[in-house]
Design a protein around this ligand. Structure first.
Ligand SMILES: [Zn+2]
Length: 281
């Protein structure tokens, strides 16, 4: 018997958006039998993800450096509450080495390529190269510590796939990874899956008929669900702060898209998450 009905495989309860009520948000989710992976995006939020995971059964952590934190920038995405300010960091294996042995750290990421949010004051080729370098460092790190990776890929699936394929061909990433917040094409999804990767859907699935059509074609064994909270709230909470308990709405959409029962999809995606992250329940 599994203890969890669902796992939100990607959320940021470790972010400042929850500084006033994090405990209530996490409890609300755990009380519904919904576990979660708190995902770091740079050094502070990675450390914080572990602190949060330490406090709760049913919360695990991922550590890594997101491409938007390689260069200082500020942007405001449609549908997001506040503008996002980032700063300049480089991936420092020594820093992450101190964190990775913690028993609650189940993955490396999120990291990857983001050709959508580009700093305007730096040459694009340089930005791409910096992102690729950070990806390769984190692939090596995940390989060394035998962890799966959480990949953030936006407007960059061709380059992203090439890097992952090269890594796999070189014998790296034995535990592969998940392409989080998937918004690519069916062909993109299929080639990631053929390479042994998982595909994860956020609340974007609830309002994208295109993504629903893609989800319909993919094997359920390769799919996980996530909120990416505090961003991307699904209906009926669109425009408000997202939280892990809302992963049930994404699961419902996935079930509808695939013509399956909610319980079946909940159980399968939860099993997928437990297996993929090797969660000890
Ligand atoms: Zn995220």
């Amino acid at each position: 018997m599994q203890k969890f009905n669902l796992i939100d495989t990607h959320c940021h309860v470790n972010f400042a958006a929850y500084k006033d009520d994090m405990d209530a948000v996490i409890r609300r989710s755990l009380d519904e039998g919904i576990g979660m992976i708190a995902v770091g995006t740079q050094s502070d939020t990675s450390r914080r993800a572990i602190e949060v995971a330490e406090k709760y059964d049913g919360v695990w952590a991922s550590i890594g450096l997101h491409p938007s934190h390689l260069h200082k920038q500020e942007f405001h995405d449609e549908g997001e509450l506040d503008s996002v300010k980032t700063r300049t960091e480089v991936f420092d294996p020594e820093f992450y080495r101190q964190l990775v042995s913690h028993p609650k750290v189940v993955a490396i990421g999120e990291f990857g390529l983001d050709y959508y949010h580009m700093p305007t004051n730096i040459d694009a080729t340089q930005v791409h190269q910096d992102q690729i370098n950070a990806v390769n460092l984190q692939i090596d790190f995940a390989t060394e510590f035998n962890k799966p990776i959480i990949v953030h890929s936006r407007d960059a699936h061709d380059d992203q796939f090439k890097i992952l394929r090269l890594a796999v061909e070189a014998g790296k990433l034995p535990r592969r990874g998940v392409v989080h917040c998937f918004t690519g094409t069916l062909e993109d999804a299929k080639r990631y899956i053929d390479l042994g990767f998982m595909i994860s859907f956020t609340g974007i699935l609830t309002f994208s008929k295109e993504l629903q059509a893609i989800a319909r074609e993919l094997p359920i064994e390769s799919i996980m669900v996530e909120t990416d909270a505090p961003y991307l709230s699904p209906p009926p909470h669109r425009g408000k702060r997202n939280e892990p308990s809302y992963v049930k709405f994404i699961t419902q959409t996935l079930a509808d898209a695939k013509g399956l029962e909610y319980d079946q999809v909940a159980q399968q995606t939860t099993e997928n998450a437990i297996k993929f992250f090797r969660l000890t329940i």
